[in-house]
Design a protein around this ligand. Structure first.
Ligand code: PNS
Length: 165
């Protein structure tokens, strides 16, 4: 049984995340999309909202025989992966600029839990500049983000910003 976790903030989920899920699914039997519950950050969406959106969008992604689930966690990713008996941590790399941070995280996670490997996948070129932070910024300033985030996420962002006004 090859079980992986795909950890992240997912605030919000982007098509870049979905691209990584689609690419990594054939490599595993099970994959847990693991949302970090980070008390330090003021997120746009609560963990519950993020979890619900991911669960709603996942069926539209071609994941073959890989069984997908969504969970949230607090604390160390390595501890969560160990607790879930995962053998891999999946991370996406968009550009060279991601590499240094990802390398540091992967090496630290390996030190914390030597039996778990980080598996890097290259995001599709069309998503190489897509990040949750950039999507929120552009959206809030009235720019177009269609095609870069799932429609459902865009809809929820619209609702949230109209409520805030
Ligand atoms: O989507 P993000 O924000 O790039 O994801 C970063 C994440 C959640 C994978 C990273 O911040 C993380 O693993 N945080 C949990 C705390 C932890 O394990 N820190 C040490 C990692 S070396």
């Amino acid at each position: 049984m090859r079980r992986a976790i795909f950890p992240g903030s997912f605030d919000p989920l982007t098509n870049g995340h979905l691209d990584i899920i689609r690419r990594s699914a054939p490599l595993f039997d099970e994959m847990i999309v693991a949302i970090l519950n980070n008390a330090d950050k003021a997120p746009m969406f609560s963990v519950e909202e993020r979890s619900e959106m991911i669960a709603a969008v996942l069926p539209s992604v071609e994941t073959g025989n890989c069984e997908m689930s969504v969970e949230s966690f607090s604390g160390l990713t390595a501890d969560f992966a160990r607790e879930k008996k995962a053998t891999a941590i999946v991370r996406g790399i968009r550009a060279v600029s991601d590499y240094e941070y990802e390398l540091r995280m992967a090496l630290m996670n390996r030190r914390l839990e030597p039996t778990i490997e980080t598996v890097f996948l290259m995001a599709g070129e069309e998503y190489s500049y897509v990040s949750s932070t950039l999507m929120k910024q552009v959206f809030e300033l009235g720019g177009r983000v269609n095609g870069l985030i799932p429609e459902l996420v865009e809809e929820r962002m619209r609702k949230k910003s109209s409520r805030a006004k």
